[in-house]
Structure formats: structure tokens, C-alpha cells
Design a binder for this molecule. Structure first.
Ligand code: ATP
Ligand code: MG
Ligand code: MG
Length: 548
């Protein structure tokens, strides 16, 4: 199913443009630089950049860096790289909320002068109590009626660093009995003696998200401020600040965030997985981060397809991980070169093939795309096939090898199992086979059919490589439902093994992906591979094998 799924925001915008409500489309993606981007963020920025592309507008990348304690330049760089990796471009429009600190301060002063903001000196505890509840109105702060002059003086002193953290806050004067808790005199500024990754020690008061976000949008001329549903209740506040300040009004539109099965996406949890070494880092191939997916070998086009396919709506959206994996398979099926690799080797000796002969067969890089060329594939009398492709007592429908049975070796000859060799424990250690040397690229002369095709490598030329078999990081559909999400970790999400591969798989570029025929898609690890010594990450299996 490749139909473009519904996107209600696209419809709103198309209508606005048609009836002249808006003239252009300006969106933004506003990550907080406190962690790496994950697939949920990809949904958000594909949407924002995608709409800008669709309507010939522009999309800004704006770092929402109002919380100095958790923010770092390392994350800024990683986020930029991730957005670029998916093919999006913010052009000139790289912005930081911290660029607006001076302007925001002036606007705060403007609201104080207009009697719309005041310095509150209650303790955090008192403020919490006086805020009321959903069923009970709040209580006005005893400091609510401070004079403009006093408020200005206190706010100035807050800025000058004369008070410790938490001594005062600046609040908007709205309505302590509003049914919307966000309108009960929300905080605008807090005192925080903290070093900021960009403004250094210039500030010891920092604006709250709600006082910074809409104004940032307004300054940049953002027409559509698209965010997730948690912010629906903040919209009246977003609009209130814009209206009080009398500045350009963007329109906030909320959509449902992406929830993906077998995955957690809270940055706090991802950070814990990293810090406590449940994974090897933010870029562990099992992580839902874009750096993890890149290392695992997910093509960016597959992630874009996924974001398009899941659509954009208002209802809570749970997407099964297999939807993403299918997008990856579809993409790789088109682009990945085919290679032969054996993960569980079983020796095969061909009795009628000369022991000193090495033949260089030719095999297509991609059977459906001859324009991708061919490679040489060495063939000799000693081979390895996969253990799973042999059964001593096979059932009828087992179209692989068994005593007296025939299979075709992929891109090579048909062989027949003549003898099964066992060790003293009774384990099968070798198969002696005969090859029909008239079957290269053609059917047996007598016309009989051979159904099975198995993959193989030539023993002498095959190379050993490390293969990392990744599976889902969690084995429960919704890890957040477990008492502790760590208990939902899949103990079998990572195994490492040695594979025997055809020689073409040795001089390979980090990051390149191959289909190991009949096995799965594998990507050359970009961190741990060395020249001539690739490490392969299993990107995805050939079909969904996850047992629920
Ligand atoms: P966390 O709450 O875990 O810190 P966040 O949502 O606050 O994550 P931000 O960096 O603030 O992280 O997110 C940037 C943008 O990405 C926001 O607009 C946010 O709504 C959006 N976003 C985050 N997670 C998802 C998700 N799962 N689906 C869709 N959009 C998301
Ligand atoms: Mg956050
Ligand atoms: Mg956020």
C-alpha cells in the first residue's frame, strides 16, 4: 500500500492559501538540544519540512535552548546532521531561542509596564498549593498586586543576579480561576544561575518555554507552528502572549505524536539506556534514534516513506514496528546488492569436481536490475552451505538438501547429496555431493525439476567476518506499560557470530548495505569495521519473523 495517507494539516494550509488567510508557508522544527533525535522527531520534522516543500515555503531549524542545564553543543551538531541525513535543508534559517533572550526580556518588561506581569515571591511550595486543581480554582498570590514600579525594580534585580535560584519568578497576570491551568498566572521567567551553551554567563534568568516559543515563532514569521497534542492546552497561552504584545500571530496546530510498538521514545529513558550501558551508545543499532538507525543501515528514504505512510492525525497513533521494518525492506530490496554469506556453515565436498580447479562464475549484483552489473564468484570442490539447509530426515515439503536430494546452488550448479558424514557424536559434519556440471544457468538435460535454491560459499576463498544479529530492543509491545520499562528489555536483542562470506564482501565501504541472499540485509558497521575487516550489522530480516 503506497497511497499517501491523510494529513489534515496539509488540508488546512491548502485552504488557508486558497482563501487568502495566509500568503506563505513558514514552518519550523524546534528540538531541544538535550539528546539525539529519534523516529518520533523524524515524524515531526518530515512533516514540517515536507509541508514547506509542498507549498514552496520554508522551514526553519530552531533550537529550543531555554533550559541551560541539560543542553549541549554536542546535541546541536548531531541534530543538524540527522535532519540533513533525511535530506532536509533549512538554508539560512538556523536559529536558537537564545538568540531572542534580549528581545524576550524587553517584552517581559513591556508586559510588566502594562500590568500584565508581576514578580511573585512565594515559595515553590506555596505556588503549587495556590495554583488549585482541575476542580478547584487557584488563589491569588499575595504579591499579585505589586506596583509596576516595584515589579520593574525586582525584575531588574533578578536579571542583575541579586537573588538566589528560586527566590522569585516573573508570572503573567491572567486568571487564577481559569479552567485551563496554563492560564493560572503561568511563569514567564525563572532565576537560574547556570552556564548556557551559547550565551555563557550573560543571563541568570531564563524564559520559560511558553514565554519563548510563540514569540520565537512570531519573530521568524512562522505561519504554522506545528506541535504535538500535549500543547493543545497551551494554545490559549500561546495566543495570549502574542496578542498582549501585539506582534505577528502564527497559528499553532497540534497533531498526535508517534508511538511505536516495542520502542521507548522518552529522552529521559533513552539517556538512561545509554548511561547505564543497556546499549552501547546513542548510536547503538537497536536504538530508535536516527543515529542508531543510520548505523543499523536504515536508508533515509525508508524513514521518509514511513513518515509519509503513517499519516498525520489528531487521534493517538500507535504504529507497529513492522510498518517501519517493511519500509526498510522495500527500499533495500530495490537498492541492495546481492551477495552470498553463510552464517552456520556445513561443509560440502563435490566428489566429481576436480580438486585443483577454481572456476570464476559470474553472478548479477541484483537479479532484477541487470544494469547494476555482475561480480565474480569463485567456485571449487569444497563449499559451505548453511546447516539449516540440510535435514537428515526431511519432510516432503522441505525443498532443500537431504540424503539423495537435489538443490541448486545459487548462481551455480545443481548438486545431489550422496553421502552424509558424521563425527563420533553423531553430528553431521560434512556432505559428499555430486554436481551436475551441465546445469550452469540451465535446467537438467532430462527436464526434471529442482525446486530448492540454497546459498553457499567456496571454502578456500571464503572470508570470515563478524556479523551482529540485532533484534528488537524490547520484547513487549508497550514497554512503558511494564512496571519498569527496563524489565521489558529483550535479552536476545544482540548476538554476535562469525560468518563465511564471498570475497566481494571484504573490500566494502562502511555504511554500505547488502542483501545476504536468503538471510537478510546487512550493513557494514561504520564504527567498528577496519579496512579489509568489515563488521556487518543485520539491518533487517528478509521477512517479518517476530513471534508475538
Ligand atoms: P522529551 O519530552 O522526551 O524530552 P520532546 O518532545 O520534548 O522529547 P523536543 O526536542 O522538544 O523533544 O522535540 C522537538 C519536536 O519534536 C517537538 O515539536 C515535539 O513535539 C516533536 N516530537 C517529539 N517526540 C515526538 C513524537 N514521538 N512524535 C511526533 N513528534 C514528536
Ligand atoms: Mg523535552
Ligand atoms: Mg520539548
Amino acid at each position: 500500500e503506497t497511497a499517501v495517507t491523510s494529513n489534515f494539516i496539509r488540508n488546512i494550509i491548502a485552504e488557508d492559501l486558497e482563501n487568502g488567510k495566509r500568503e506563505q508557508v513558514v514552518t519550523r522544527f524546534p528540538p531541544e538540544p538535550n539528546g539525539y533525535l529519534h523516529i518520533g522527531h523524524a515524524k515531526s520534522f518530515s512533516l514540517n519540512f515536507g509541508l514547506a516543500e509542498d507549498f514552496s515555503g520554508r522551514c526553519h531549524l530552531r533550537f529550543d535552548d531555554t533550559n541551560p542545564i541539560k543542553e549541549e553543543d554536542e546535541y546541536v551538531d548531531a541534530i543538524k546532521a540527522d535532519v540533513r541525513w533525511l535530506g532536509f535543508d533549512w538554508g539560512e534559517h538556523l536559529h536558537f531561542a537564545s538568540d531572542y533572550f534580549d528581545q524576550l526580556y524587553l517584552w517581559a518588561v513591556q508586559l510588566i509596564k502594562a500590568g500584565k506581569a508581576y514578580v511573585d515571591s512565594q515559595t515553590a511550595e506555596e505556588m503549587r498549593e495556590n495554583r488549585g486543581t482541575l476542580t478547584q480554582p487557584g488563589v491569588n498570590s499575595p504579591f499579585r498586586d505589586r506596583s509596576v514600579v516595584e515589579n520593574l525594580e525586582l525584575f531588574e534585580k533578578m536579571k542583575a543576579g541579586e537573588f538566589p535560584d528560586g527566590a522569585h519568578i516573573l508570572r503573567a497576570k491572567i486568571d487564577m480561576s481559569s479552567p485551563n491551568m496554563n492560564l493560572r498566572d503561568p511563569a514567564m521567567y525563572r532565576i537560574l544561575h547556570a552556564h548556557h551553551h551559547r550565551t555563557g554567563d550573560k543571563w541568570c534568568i531564563y524564559p520559560m518555554y511558553d514565554f519563548a516559543h510563540g514569540q520565537g515563532d512570531s519573530i521568524e514569521g512562522v505561519t504554522y507552528s506545528i506541535c504535538t497534542l500535549e500543547f493543545e492546552d497551551h494554545r490559549p497561552l500561546y495566543d495570549w502572549f502574542i496578542e498582549q504584545l501585539g506582534i505577528f500571530a502564527p497559528q499553532q496546530i497540534e497533531f498526535a505524536r508517534l508511538n511505536l510498538s516495542y520502542t521507548v521514545m522518552s529522552k529521559r529513558k533513552l539517556l538512561q539506556l545509554v548511561n547505564e550501558q543497556y546499549v552501547s551508545g546513542w548510536d547503538d543499532p537497536r536504538m530508535p534514534t536516527l543515529v542508531g538507525m543510520r548505523r543499523r543501515g536504515y536508508p533515509p528514504a525508508a524513514i521518509r516513506t514511513f513518515c509519509e505512510r503513517i499519516g498525520v492525525g489528531k487521534g493517538a497513533s500507535w504504529i507497529d514496528l513492522s510498518v517501519l521494518e517493511d519500509c526498510v525492506r522495500e527500499q533495500l530490496n530495490e537498492s541492495a546488492y546481492r551477495r552470498l554469506a553463510v552464517l552456520k556453515p556445513l561443509k560440502v565436498t563435490l566428489s566429481n569436481y576436480p580438486a585443483d580447479k577454481i572456476e570464476m562464475l559470474e553472478a548479477p549484483n541484483h537479479p532484477q536490475q541487470p544494469e547494476l552489473g555482475k561480480r565474480k564468484l569463485p567456485f571449487s570442490h569444497e563449499l559451505y552451505i548453511d546447516r539449516d539447509d540440510f535435514m537428515e530426515e526431511p519432510p516432503k515439503k522441505f525443498f532443500r538438501l537431504g540424503p539423495g536430494r537435489e538443490v541448486r546452488l545459487r548462481n551455480a550448479y545443481i548438486i545431489k547429496c550422496e553421502e552424509v558424514i558424521k563425527n563420533s557424536d553423531g553430528d553431521v559434519v560434512e556432505l559428499r555431493c555430486s554436481a551436475d556440471l551441465d546445469t550452469l544457468g540451465q535446467n537438467p538435460a532430462d527436464g526434471h525439476k529442482v525446486k530448492g535454491i540454497v546459498h553457499w560459499v567456496s571454502a578456500v576463498q571464503a572470508q570470515e567476518v563478524e556479523v551482529r544479529l540485532y533484534d528488537r530492543l524490547f520484547n513487549q509491545e508497550n514497554p512503558d506499560k511494564a512496571e519498569n520499562y527496563l524489565q521489558a528489555l529483550n535479552p536476545d536483542s544482540f548476538q554476535t557470530t562469525t560468518a563465511l562470506v564471498e570475497p566481494e564482501l571484504i573490500a566494502v565501504e562502511p555504511g554500505s548495505t547488502f542483501q545476504f541472499e536468503r538471510v537478510g540485509y546487512f550493513t557494514v558497521d561504520s564504527k567498528d569495521s577496519k579496512s579489509g575487516q568489515p563488521v556487518f550489522n543485520r539491518t533487517v530480516t528478509l521477512r517479518d519473523t517476530w513471534a508475538k
